[in-house]
Ligand binder design. Structure first.
Ligand code: PMP
Length: 431
């Protein structure tokens, strides 16, 4: 089977600049189709489909249990609740909901977002919040505002695949620092900052998903958080804390955000995609005033203003629904699925396979025995009716061959059980 991830090689920049002159002998005649690659910007050439996104169309085929995508379970949200809120918003606030708004976002929603952030120990002010189209847009706008081509960004290795794509499209060099089960290793981070400075390409910011990380599920404990902040402070490196899963904790209480302890250095990205619905496309960025001002200008240039309808819908949900109670219900559903996955892994995986045990979020990171390669395993897994994401998708340099990411957020507990059993049989057959 030809997988979509076996993509054509990325086009390289054209040797010659595009010319408007007609080819000899073509005057007055159509010179043939436009060679669009010749006209693309460097940034466009750096945009290539990620392995993970390419895999999703195959994973959605009938008969395949997809443990690949990290889609939230929106069925846990009663449709009549959302229908009622939408209708009320249009009826009561039509002229605002159907009109352009400000690029910083609706003031009422920004105020409600501050109450959500308080759950993770952050004392936020509405003027430091900017609404975004999911946290993905915050990443894109941050790249525009903070990065010049050739700048260095440090991330965890492995890390969220689409953040890697965004930084690379901005022309940044991405350096990935080793993690263990408690997140990035502070001494390795300090060594990387030191090395990069000595090489004359100091890191501009450290991008981190410190809570229930995508893809490993790892959470950085409190003591290590303080250490990481200290390392960044000493090196003069900014921190971008991406935290879409923080409120989906299944065992312990919520973790205090990095931003709570250093709001002047840490830019915080939040999202309602996992705690409400990704279809609304509402997220936010919390940043110091100087950065927020630039982000607002970048947002204006990207889209004038956000969907007022989506923002007012989220705001009304937060103000009129018992959202914390609902979140408790979502957590219970995901906890059941996580437990189903961990149980199935324990019961069916052959010796030599290990995995992380996440306290929250959507993902389990699996390590294969020496000699196995998750990319080679994938066609066999798809043939057996189960999809996962090979670990290489979360690195920039081909690492991750002995790893794979499993997601438990979307399939039922029964399907998770079946999917893990199929995968275990495929792995056992390769040993
Ligand atoms: N950051 C991380 C770590 C994610 O896992 C995701 C979604 N998978 C995003 C950001 C983007 O999410 P959204 O734009 O829907 O908020």
């Amino acid at each position: 089977m030809r997988l979509p991830m076996e993509l054509e090689p990325a086009p390289t920049a054209p040797a010659d600049p595009p010319t408007r002159a007609a080819e000899p002998g073509t005057r007055g005649r159509c010179p043939g189709p436009v060679a669009w690659e010749r006209y693309f910007s460097r940034s466009a050439h750096a945009m290539v489909p990620s392995e993970v996104r390419s895999l999703f169309s195959v994973a959605a085929l009938p008969g395949i249990v997809s443990l690949a995508g990290g889609m939230p379970d929106v069925s846990a949200l009663p449709p009549e609740t959302m229908a009622g809120i939408l209708a009320d918003v249009v009826r009561e606030h039509g002229p605002t909901a159907l009109q352009y708004g400000s690029a910083q976002g609706d003031p009422g929603l920004r105020d409600s977002i501050c109450s959500v952030m308080a759950a993770e120990g952050i004392s936020a002010r509405p003027e430091d919040v900017m609404v975004t189209v999911g946290s993905q847009q915050a990443l894109d706008l941050l790249a525009r505002v903070l990065l010049d081509p050739g700048d260095t960004v440090v991330t965890e290795g492995p890390t969220y695949v689409t953040a890697l794509g965004t930084f690379k499209a901005a022309g940044a060099r991405v350096v990935q620092v080793a993690m263990d089960r408690a997140g990035v290793i502070p001494d390795e981070l300090a060594a990387a900052f030191h090395r990069l400075t000595a090489e004359g390409r100091p890191a501009k910011f450290f991008y981190t998903v410190p809570t229930f990380q995508n893809p490993t599920g790892a959470t950085v404990p409190a003591g290590r958080r303080a250490h990481i902040l200290e390392v960044c402070r000493r090196a003069g490196v900014l921190v971008v804390e991406d935290n879409p899963y923080g409120l989906l904790h299944y065992d312990a209480a919520p973790t205090r955000a990095l931003c709570a302890d250093d709001p002047d250095r840490v830019v915080y990205l939040g999202s309602f995609s996992k705690t409400l619905a990704p279809g609304l496309r509402v997220g936010w960025v919390h940043a110091p005033a100087a950065l927020t001002a630039k982000l607002v200008l970048a947002a204006e240039s990207a889209m004038l203003s956000h969907s007022a309808l989506a923002q007012l819908t989220v705001d009304r949900y937060l103000r009129t629904e018992p959202w914390q109670e609902r979140l408790g219900g979502f957590r219970a559903g995901y906890r059941t699925r996580r437990d189903a996955m961990l149980r199935a892994l324990s019961l069916s995986m052959p010796a030599g396979v290990s995995w992380t045990v996440p306290d929250g979020g959507f993902f389990v990171w699996v390590t294969l025995p020496e000699g196995l390669d998750s990319r080679e395993l994938l066609p066999h897994a798809l043939a057996a009716g189960v999809a996962f994401v090979p670990g290489t998708g979360f690195y920039t340099d081909g690492r991750g061959t002995r790893h794979l990411r499993l997601s438990f957020s979307y399939p039922s507990a029964e399907l998770i059980d079946e999917g893990v059993r199929r995968l275990a049989a495929v792995i056992a057959a390769q040993l």
